[in-house]
Design a protein around this ligand. Structure first.
Ligand SMILES: Cc1cc2nc3c(=O)[nH]c(=O)nc-3n(C[C@H](O)[C@H](O)[C@H](O)COP(=O)(O)OP(=O)(O)OC[C@H]3O[C@@H](n4cnc5c(N)ncnc54)[C@H](O)[C@@H]3O)c2cc1C
Length: 288
């Protein structure tokens, strides 16, 4: 069933936040609309207002903010992918954004929408989690900054309240000796949701041992996750194939322990381990 709603567009961020303050409970925010339109068409959402934020210029820039690079939540994937600073600084996220949907979806879809939709399979989230992303969230009279890992609390569920708007994504750049990788398994190359996705970031010290390592896995648990136990299990060690293999198997074991064994476990366990292993190899075995 199609829902009837009033379309609203505001000219400034403050007007938008004031509108949410007054009508947030009966409003759905629309950025690119790629997720929202499906819910409106399908009738799973029937708001009184749809608030179009796509033209808000204040949340369409990339700038330095404290130790972070702040990405305006309203920039589209296509705009972000074409930004050379982002491509150079966040290569795993860059690859991840290129995997989203199709060119048409990337031309309108936004990172803010991907985060707020909070799908377990969101392509961008592992790529942001390895940069310990923090999310800037504003309402009419205040701003809060929440870690992405804490913001998403379950499938399609997060801590945003109806009067809040994601305005920026804060990503901490890493030194040039870090390497990054993003990989996914999906039915097809485009227009296909990831069955498993993973992002890895790491560096070696002067002795060739693993100094820093961050692993994030998506699509296989209620939310994308950082895999700290596996990270810590091999930090300080020389990155030999066998230990990378053990760490990837630990990731798969932890995921299966978390979600419980299912009919798909036979496929999922080697798929998770294999994908994480490839990312670890990209990052730790190819350090030229
Ligand atoms: C055909 C198709 C293929 C797709 N393929 C992929 C894929 O491969 N990988 C993937 O990760 N996703 C995929 N998606 C999902 C979607 O494109 C992404 O999640 C996209 O990033 C959503 O962004 P948007 O701007 O279109 O969000 P919208 O649809 O506008 O909004 C999504 C949700 O977020 C809320 N919202 C939007 N912006 C904000 C904000 N700034 N603050 C607070 N709340 C906000 C909206 O109210 C809504 O609930 C696909 C979608 C389609 C239709």
């Amino acid at each position: 069933m199609r829902s009837e709603f009033k379309y609203v567009r505001t000219d400034s961020l403050q007007e938008c936040l004031d509108f949410l303050s007054a009508h947030g409970l009966e409003t759905e925010i629309m950025a690119g609309g790629t997720d929202l339109m499906i819910s409106l068409r399908g009738g799973s959402l029937s708001p009184k207002f749809v608030l179009d934020i796509s033209r808000l210029q204040e949340i369409r820039s990339i700038e330095k903010y404290r130790d972070f690079i702040k990405i305006g939540s309203n920039l589209t994937y296509s705009e972000l992918i074409n930004d050379t600073l982002l491509a150079r600084t966040f290569p795993a996220l860059h690859v991840a954004m290129g995997c989203v949907g199709s060119q048409q979806i990337r031309n309108v879809g936004t990172l803010g929408g991907n985060i707020a939709n909070s799908s377990p399979a969101a392509d961008s989230v592992p790529g942001m989690m390895i940069h310990e992303a923090e999310i800037m969230i504003q309402k009419a009279d205040s701003t809060r900054i929440e870690k992405l890992e804490k913001l998403i609390v379950g499938p399609y569920s997060n801590t945003l309240t109806p009067d809040e708007l994601i305005t920026g994504i804060l990503l901490r750049p890493v030194e040039s000796n870090f390497k990054q990788s993003y990989r996914r398994i999906a039915r097809r190359k485009s227009l296909s949701i990831a069955r498993v996705n993973a992002a890895v970031l790491g560096s070696l010290n002067d002795s060739g041992c693993i100094e820093e390592l961050r692993i994030s896995v998506g699509s296989v648990a209620p939310t994308p996750l950082r895999m700290r136990q596996a990270e810590n299990s091999i930090k300080g060690l020389r990155p030999e194939f066998k230990i990378l293999q053990e760490a990837s198997e630990l990731v798969a074991k932890q995921i299966i322990d978390l979600v419980g064994a299912r009919h798909s476990t036979e496929y999922k366990r080697p798929a998770i381990a294999g994908l994480v292993l490839k990312c670890l190899e990209d990052v730790l075995l190819d350090q030229n």
